[in-house]
Structures are given as C-alpha cells and as structure tokens.
Design a binder for this molecule. Structure first.
Ligand code: UDP
Ligand code: MG
Length: 312
C-alpha cells in the first residue's frame, strides 16, 4: 500500500484547521483502501491556538504529526521542514485554508501512482476574489521572470502539488537558505502534470500576505533564479559609452566652428544627475545579490524546532 504524506504549513490557522481536517477526510474517503496517509502540520510559530487544535487532532487520529517552530520562519521554511520530515512514497503540499482543494487528491494520485508522472502540480485559472492591483503585479512578475530566468514558472501556479519520492529528494538536495519554492519546483525538472482549478477563497482566518510582503517575496524570487539584473549595469555602461562618444564628437565640432560660448549648465546638471542615479541603481542591484550571498555563507539553519512528535 502506498503512503502519502500531506504537509500543511500553518501560521495562525486556529479557525481553519478543524475545517481542513474534516474536508480532508471527506475528500480522501474514496482512497482509503488504496493509500495510507500521514498528516504533517508544520506550525510556523503561530501566536494563536493553532497548536491546541493540532493536539486535538493528534489525540483523535494517529496519522497526525507536527513540527512546531520556535518562531515564525515563513512558509518556505515550513515547506522545507515538512519535506524533511515526510516519510511517504508520495508527498503533497497543501495550505491549511482549503484554498488548495483536497478533493483534487484522488485525481492527482491517479497520475503519479503508475509512475507516469513525477509530480502533479496545480494552477488556478482565475484570480477571482483577489484585489485587481495584486493580480496585475502577479501577472507582471511571471512575465518578467519567464523572460529573464531559465527556470519555468507558471502563472497562477500554487504550491499545492503531489510529488514522488525522487522529486522530494531532489528538492531536499537543495539546502539553500533563500528558498523560493515556485522556482525550485521548476528547477528540479521531472515530468509534471498540470491540473487547473477555479480560485477558491480562504475558508476562515485571513491571508498572511500584505502587498509589500508579496513584493519583497517576488524580488527574492528574481534574485534567486536570475542573474539578469546583474548584467543591467553593463548594458547601461555600453549605452552610456556610445552616447558619450557621439556627444563628445558633437561638442568638439561645435567648438571648432562656433568658438566657446559658456552655456549648457542645465544640460550638464541633468547628465550628472542621470549618471549618478544609474550608478546608484546598479550598486543597489549588486547589493541585493551580495546580501543574499552573505546570508547563504552564514549557513544558518532554515528553521528551529521547538516541539515535534516525529522520531518519537
Ligand atoms: N503560512 C506559513 N507561514 C507564514 C505565512 C503563511 O506557514 O509565515 C501558511 C499559512 O498558514 C497557509 C499557507 O502558508 O497554510 C498560505 O498562506 P495564506 O493563505 O495566508 O496565503 P495566500 O493563500 O493568501 O497566498
Ligand atoms: Mg491562502
């Protein structure tokens, strides 16, 4: 009998957890004779009663496991901890808020069980219920990313996916500190089946992502999966050099023909300002990569566990 580990990152999900558990059981009832489940709740330093809810579920159900972090390390860290703890032949990642419908699991399993695919990923085809400005920036992010990075990233892709052991081991081999799962999934390759579904709104509680949080996250994604921004400065340099040669020729010829009337203060200041700001921009980009390199070289742990019932 195959075993599927379900990883659920939870940050302040006290309202969603009981609903999640109920829906999960309903959705997987038809798979009972075929597969065995293991539910791993990764508590990402929740400040509410999330852990109490997890203990309740654990007392009800011996398939429930938990890893509780010492503080909030972010969803990426929670995913990594879950992948490390999972013992199943297949592993699925799923949000606690039921935005990743467990009802898709039987279909997902049908694609991986005979080895036809190594992972089944999901993508929402609508962004219904999301602020339009957020959708706009999200679309732009995927457009830019797919142009400047060799790694494929699919617009609307969720982290919800079912993976084979091979796929999970490949993910675990990447122990980088700056983790951007959407990129890592694409980077490891393997044969992936995409399933589409309509956007579902969160069942309870509220989203943990602010607009700026998402913006920072997207910058991290770019830094982690593309070095294109680093070449921008060379590009500016070449353009600037060509322009300055043209400009110099023009000034010399003008001087020979017209003499040397003192003028052009405004244009000088504009040019100085422009070159100065381009230099700052390029140093800033360098700084972004340097700071990530700095964090990687420290080799700090990706998360710290305070309580767990795994290995008991
Ligand atoms: N999450 C987490 N750590 C965080 C933020 C979120 O583990 O710092 C979990 C959260 O509990 C949920 C999932 O990640 O299970 C997705 O979060 P959310 O629903 O807030 O994001 P959205 O669906 O709005 O993108
Ligand atoms: Mg959500």
């Amino acid at each position: 009998m195959d075993k599927i580990s379900i990883i659920v990152p939870c940050y302040n999900e006290q309202e969603s957890l009981p609903l999640f558990y109920e829906e999960f059981n309903r959705a997987t009832a038809s798979m009972k004779d075929e597969v065995e489940f293991e539910l791993i709740f990764v508590d990402d330093g929740s400040k509410d009663a999330t852990m109490e809810e997890v203990y309740k579920l654990k007392n009800l159900d011996s398939r429930v496991f938990y890893v509780s972090f010492s503080r909030n390390f972010g969803k990426e860290a929670a995913i990594y901890a879950g992948l490390k703890s999972a013992t199943g032949d297949y592993v699925a990642l799923m949000d606690a808020d039921l935005q990743d419908p467990p009802a898709l699991l039987p279909e997902m399993y049908s694609y991986v069980k005979n080895g036809e695919y190594d992972s089944v990923a999901t993508r929402r085809v609508t962004r219904k219920g999301e602020p339009p400005i957020r959708s706009f920036f999200a679309r732009m992010f995927y457009k830019i990313m797919n142009n400047i990075s060799q790694t494929d990233m699919v617009d609307g892709a969720r982290d919800y996916r079912l993976m084979s052991r091979k796929f999970v081991d490949a993910l675990l081999d990447m122990s980088e500190y700056n983790r951007f799962s959407k990129g890592l999934f694409g980077w490891v390759g393997f044969k992936t089946k995409w399933l589409e579904f309509e956007n579902v709104e969160r069942i309870a509680g509220e989203t943990k992502w602010s607009f700026w949080g998402l913006f920072r996250y997207s910058l991290e994604g770019i830094v982690a999966f593309s070095t294109f921004p680093l070449t921008i400065s060379s590009f500016f340099g070449i353009i600037g050099f060509i322009l300055s040669v043209l400009f110099m020729t023009y000034i010399v010829i003008k001087r020979l023909i017209l003499g040397d009337p003192v003028a052009g203060w405004a244009s000088t200041v504009t040019i100085v300002l422009m070159i100065g700001s381009i230099q700052l921009l390029c140093i800033g980009i360098l700084g972004m990569y340097l700071s990530k390199t700095y964090l990687e070289t420290k080799k700090r742990p990706i998360y710290i566990v305070s309580k767990t019932n795994i290995d008991d």
